[in-house]
Ligand binder design. Structure first.
Ligand SMILES: [Zn+2]
Length: 250
């Protein structure tokens, strides 16, 4: 029976291969570090850090391949099922599938170049302590709470393309579900995919970073803007209500 360490390595390699195959425009290494390897992600299922490879270097040891962004993944959201280790067949693939949506989310942050957690350090390679401080600091919580921070229209456009390409490689059909845009108070993935029109198919062979240089389809921009305006309006009303001592209407 495989140990936790062996499972983590097989999973990591599987996820690395997937990202390389689905999103080849990310030319350099992208590292994967799980929460039990030194980063507590109690507040999220995952996050990405451009300069988080100080931790990746420790985890990867001799397998570290030079500078590259690190995706941190929560380890334990399906690990209470210890019996899974005894399952026959490709159980690593089954486990990896549980991470596909989170990985698509984080890779989209890299491609859209929207704020990802960035250690405040001038060092060429920030220390492990600096990276941990960044990931655990108040900025991380603030970013998680701010719907628009890093999740603008370009971000959702990139995310849809990343999700579609991951699904094309894996044979999955859940690209729309992967967006999980409802969790951000937005319309569902169906609406965002519909708003992209034919772009996913027509530009499916282009680099996503190049697609983002083109203006977004008007329908996508309108959907995102009306969703975001509704969120801002609701939050403002809630704040005003709280300030006046009343309870916000549900
Ligand atoms: Zn995000």
């Amino acid at each position: 029976m495989l140990t936790q360490k062996q499972i983590a390595w097989r999973l990591r390699k599987r996820l690395e291969r997937l990202v390389k195959a689905a999103i080849p425009e990310l030319a350099g290494p992208v590292y994967f570090v799980f929460s039990h390897e030194g980063v507590d992600l109690g507040w999220a299922g995952g996050c990405v850090c451009r300069d988080g490879d100080a931790i990746a270097r420790e985890v990867y040891g001799k397998k570290w391949r030079g500078r590259g962004p690190t995706v941190f993944l929560k380890w334990d959201f399906h690990w209470e099922m210890q019996w899974i280790r005894g399952l026959p067949g490709d159980f690593i693939g089954w486990l990896a599938a549980g991470y596909h949506a989170i990985i698509a989310h984080e890779v989209a942050h890299l491609i859209a170049d929207t704020p990802v957690f960035q250690p405040a350090s001038d060092d060429a390679l920030p220390s492990v302590e600096v990276v941990l401080e960044t990931l655990r600091g108040p900025a991380a919580f603030e970013a998680f709470d701010q719907i628009c921070n890093g999740h603008g229209v370009d971000y959702w456009r990139a995310f849809a393309h990343v999700a579609a390409r991951i699904c094309a490689v894996t044979g999955e059909s859940g690209a729309k579900w992967m967006l999980n845009s409802e969790a951000y108070g937005l319309s569902g993935g169906d609406a965002y995919f519909a708003a992209l029109g034919d772009e996913l198919r027509e530009l499916g062979a282009s680099k996503i970073a190049d697609i983002l240089k083109l203006p977004p389809p008007a329908s996508l921009f309108q959907l995102w803007r009306s969703d975001t305006a509704a969120i801002v309006k609701a939050r403002r009303a809630k704040r005003l209500m709280a300030a006046s001592g009343g309870e916000p209407c549900q």
